[in-house]
Write a protein that binds this ligand. Structure first.
Ligand code: GLP
Length: 242
């Protein structure tokens, strides 16, 4: 483990299997230290972590999960919804007392406030994050205010391209999502950001060594005092680590 001059802890791993195990150890430790609310993420990155949790004997049946985001327009039971992703990767096998995910079919005016109330009532103890190739966290695209709370966001073309692999074609990728805001993410007590692969290397370099700017959403993490990055060699390849 290295400590960068910005205070972010960095754990380098060989691959996503080892990354899943390291992230699992941190989740286990948080659980043992009394964490009640787990902020969870979707995407391919946390899949190996969820497998470790599924295969473990850890008990989350009196814990709560609060997810980052959901596509607008997809019903919870849509195969590509983040509700479905979470059920298939975690919740069906590892029950939580409560699980919260924005509702992609809800009223666009009221859903952000409803979700902010969920977050307010359930302060997040540990937040898992992946990262977009454009450094988005949740679906908070470059330019999103660091003061943002839950809101409707327009996905950038980069994100649509990156996420089209889950859909039949690019035109099926929703153009909007509800996303927990950057301020809400920053209110988590502990943050674990995981990234694998060369296509994340630039975003990781900017996160760790770049200017703190709304043009790079993940750079806000430099202002948090408990962030651990779990990176494979390729994602860490633009960092100079000892
Ligand atoms: C999506 C999600 C993000 C995720 C990102 C990276 O856009 N909203 O939360 O971090 O994709 O996805 P992947 O882990 O598949 O690279």
């Amino acid at each position: 483990m290295n400590l960068t001059d910005k205070g972010l802890k960095i754990i380098k791993v060989a691959d996503k299997q080892e990354g899943g195990k390291k992230a699992f150890e941190l989740i286990k430790e948080a659980l043992e230290n009394g964490a009640e609310v787990f902020g969870l993420a979707t995407g391919s990155t946390p899949e190996t972590l969820y497998k470790e949790i599924r295969d473990s004997s850890l008990d989350f049946s009196d814990k709560k999960a609060v997810n980052l985001d959901e596509y607008i327009g997809l019903a919870p039971d849509h195969p590509q919804s983040y509700h479905t992703f979470m059920k298939e990767h975690l919740f069906d096998m590892k029950p939580f007392k409560e699980t919260h995910i924005p509702n992609g079919l809800a009223d666009e005016e009221t859903e952000p406030n409803r979700y902010d109330e969920v977050i307010e009532k359930n302060p997040i103890d540990v937040q898992i994050l992946g990262i977009g190739t454009n450094a988005h966290i949740g679906f908070n695209e470059p330019g999103t205010s660091f003061e943002s709370t839950t809101q409707k966001v327009a996905l950038t073309q980069d994100t649509i391209e990156a996420n089209k692999r889950y859909f039949d074609s690019e035109k099926d990728v929703p153009r909007y999502a509800f996303s927990m805001g950057i301020k809400s993410i920053m209110s988590a007590k502990k943050i674990i950001l995981i990234a694998y692969g060369e296509n994340k290397a630039k975003a990781i370099e900017d996160t760790v060594n770049g200017a703190v700017t709304e043009a790079v959403p993940s750079s806000v993490l430099q202002q948090h005092d408990d962030v651990t990055l779990i990176l494979d060699e390729a994602a860490a390849s633009k960092l100079e680590l000892n």
